[in-house]
Design a protein around this ligand. Structure first.
Ligand code: ADP
Ligand code: SF4
Length: 690
């Protein structure tokens, strides 16, 4: 297929200082939970994006010296020459596929506690470090400032020698020393580095000049700068100092990479923002500089990208998450395969890898982070090795991914779904407030399945064990995959409760499935959230929208506690407060009697009682595996000669995130017709050389 000429502009080269890009697709720096610990995995992941057509591929933040050590978070590291080889793996892999390599050098100042290096923490002014480490940072002397400039120069030279084409000076996200110098919230200095904006920008200006001096002959120097903190008068605002900073530094860097701060504002989820959400903050930048500008906004639509360029907002289309969900996004636009783009759903599961210090994962792209260790590729999968065929029961994300990937391998697949539509939990959850974009998980897979002749889908087909056996016998199917999902429990068993909660049936007890299925409790409704991810908060929001008065009770220290890992916790809490949800944290539900909930404060005997009309229990999910159990039982009494394997996959085995369900469906398809050895670790590891 050929590309739509409307998108030609996206494939124009852009000069950046001494270099030029092959197109306008720019993978901005993003963390991946692999960093310096898994260098082969990082290189393989970045290489796939270069293959997929991205013009520039940037590293995650890269520590320049042990005095900026964010351990145990796993970022890139260029403390000395010993770290170079790891990064060279990435530059070589990126160059091999024709892209430019960029590196985001960082000194984090008071945003690193130096837990591993145990060096004293430097900051613009005396202050505590970010987070809760009982550590303080000391105000840098002029000598320290000169030292950090030297560290940055040395790291820039090492980066150039690693083969990087673009070297960043990083002042974004409220995470870096130059941004701390700029920011009057932190900078209380009285010397020439404090006071006026001109003074506060001095350190950043010096870093840019230093970097240009030492590597500018060969490398472009990019500045990543946050121009708004969304804090009004408490922070940098695009309308005043955000703009003035750009005016002061306008022609100094070779490339402006502009965004909003902090990270939770920069990487907003689809629950809280639309594609292109940063435009109103950053659109002024291009008018103040002749240098190219890159920015982000969860861009997945080529029309939106073209519009950003034609309207003079951006020169380069920056993307982290869209490049994670679809490393081949540019190539698909180039080859006229826009319908094949695996669009990011804006869920930030990818971000959770950084917070949990584990390799990146993605809801839409199960191969992300698995390129090296499992040899998985987002666009290629090995062809079938037998003529066996498969019956998949269920039509949720697990089943759809398994059917699509098996179909792409060439296997004959029959999928039977009880409902009249496909999508399972994703379809239901995407009806909840703010989660509409999640339906892309289903849409992408249905689009791909429609092109696969070897996959046959039967809707309105609830199968019992006899039907599965008969059906597979009739069709000559040898393998059964049960992907019948999970249902939310209604007995309260979860993290805080290991046994059912006592109740006298005096009020309606509901589950999220009941609410998603259309039940609408009225009056005062309690949402009891012992799940701690998004579901409790989103159900509370839905109930308020439908007219209920809602109290959200959770044993957690914060509402939707796990969403700190997806950068959403603050926003969820703000949203719930703003719509009038009453929040009670650190309380367990003891019993329900006479329309009253009795709660106990954690770690105390203090109890309180709350009258309510209904309670929605969001605690844990029960695998729906009765079909699987019946098949196994039948097979034990009477061998099912025509069936080789019966497996249960996804939520019907172990309920998890949608990302987990997709991943398991994908793994089933990849491992189909293989026999894993229990004694063999199922992926490659990267050992520290001894
Ligand atoms: P997962 O996340 O693992 O894909 P879901 O709960 O999203 O699981 O989807 C499970 C799907 O399986 C639902 O759409 C449900 O209607 C379907 N299903 C459950 N039991 C049967 C059955 N016996 N026959 C056919 N489909 C079933
Ligand atoms: Fe997008 Fe979610 Fe994948 Fe991240 S995990 S890239 S937000 S789909």
């Amino acid at each position: 297929m050929t590309r739509d000429p409307r998108y030609d502009i996206l494939f124009e080269s852009v000069p950046i200082g001494p270099i030029k890009t092959r197109n306008r697709f720019y993978q901005v720096p993003h963390c991946n939970g692999m960093g310096h610990t898994y260098p082969k995995a990082v290189a393989a992941s970045r290489a796939v994006k270069a293959q997929g057509g991205w013009g520039v591929i940037a590293t995650e933040e890269c520590e320049i010296h042990p005095s900026t050590d964010v351990s145990p978070h796993i970022e890139a590291r260029l403390w000395d020459e010993g770290d170079m080889r790891r990064l060279q793996l990435s530059t070589e892999a990126i160059h091999q596929h024709g892209a430019l390599a960029a590196i985001e050098l960082i000194h984090q100042g008071h945003d690193s506690a130096n837990r591993y290096s145990r060096l004293p923490v430097m900051a613009v002014t005396d202050r505590v470090v970010s987070g809760y480490d009982p550590v303080q940072a000391y105000a840098m002397s002029k000598r320290d400032i000169a030292d950090v400039r030297m560290m940055h120069r040395n790291a820039a030279i090492r980066a150039k020698n690693c083969g990087f084409d673009i070297i960043y000076v990083y002042a974004g996200h409220d995470l870096s020393l130059p941004f701390h110098f700029i920011n009057p919230r932190y900078n209380h200095r009285t010397d020439e580095y404090g006071g006026s904006l001109e003074n506060r920008v001095r350190f950043l200006r010096e870093l840019i000049i230093d970097t240009k001096e030492c590597v500018g002959d060969q490398c472009a120097v990019a500045l990543r700068l946050a121009v708004d903190e969304l804090l009004d008068e408490d922070g940098i605002v695009a309308g005043n100092e955000g703009r003035e900073m750009v005016e002061i530094l306008a022609e100094l860097p070779d490339l402006w990479d502009v965004n909003i701060s902090d990270w939770s504002h920069d990487s907003q989820t689809s629950r809280f923002s639309e594609e292109g959400y940063q435009e109103k903050y950053i659109s002024f930048v291009k008018r103040l500089t002749s240098k190219p500008v890159v920015g982000v906004g969860r861009f997945t639509s080529p029309d939106t990208m073209v519009s950003q360029i034609k309207r003079g907002v951006l020169d380069l289309i920056g993307a982290a998450r869209p490049s994670i969900a679809d490393p081949y996004l540019p190539k698909k636009i180039e080859q006229g395969q826009v319908d094949d783009i695996r669009e990011c759903i804006g869920c930030n599961i990818c971000v959770s890898g950084d917070f949990t210090m584990t390799p990146i994962r993605c809801t839409q792209n199960p191969t992300m982070g698995e390129e090296y260790r499992r040899d998985w590729h987002p666009e290629h999968i090995i062809p079938k090795t037998t003529d066996d065929s498969v019956l998949i029961v269920g039509g949720g994300p697990t089943a759809l991914e398994a059917a699509m990937s098996l179909g792409k391998r060439g296997y004959a697949v029959t999928l039977a779904e009880a409902a009249g539509t496909l999508g399972g939990r994703v379809l239901s959850e995407s009806q909840l407030p703010g989660l509409g974009a999640w339906k892309r998980v289903v849409d992408y897979r249905l689009g791909q399945l429609a092109k696969l002749d070897s996959v046959h889908i039967h809707l309105n087909s609830h199968l019992d064990s006899h039907q599965v056996i008969e059906f597979s016998r009739e069709l000559g199917i040898q393998h059964i995959a049960i992907a019948t999902g999970a249902k939310w429990r209604k007995d309260g068993i979860g993290r805080a409760h290991h046994r059912p909660i006592k109740h006298d049936h005096s009020i309606a007890l509901l589950s999220p499935d009941d609410i998603m299925g259309g039940q609408v409790p009225t009056g005062h409704v309690v949402v009891y959230d012992d799940d701690h991810y998004y579901m409790g908060g989103v159900i509370a929001e839905k109930l308020v929208r439908e007219g209920a008065s809602v109290t959200l009770i959770t044993p957690g220290a914060q509402v939707s506690l796990w969403t700190v890992n997806t950068l959403e916790q603050d926003r969820i809490e703000q949203r719930l407060f703003s719509i009038g949800v009453r929040i009670i944290c650190r309380h367990e539900l003891v019993e329900i009697a006479r329309s009253t909930l009795r709660l106990r404060r954690q770690n105390s005997d203090a109890t309180k009682e709350i009258d309510t009309n209904a309670a929605v229990l969001v605690t844990s999910r029960q695998p729906q595996c009765s079909l699987y159990d019946a098949l196994i039982e039948t097979g034990q009494t009477k061998p099912l000669a025509h069936i080789n394997t019966i497996k249960r996959i996804g939520d019907c085995l172990a309920p998890s995130t949608i990302a987990g369900a997709v991943y398991h469906g994908h793994r089933y398809a990849r491992e189909f017709n293989t026999t894993p050895d229990i004694d063999t670790v199922p992926f490659k590891r990267e050992y520290v050389a001894i």
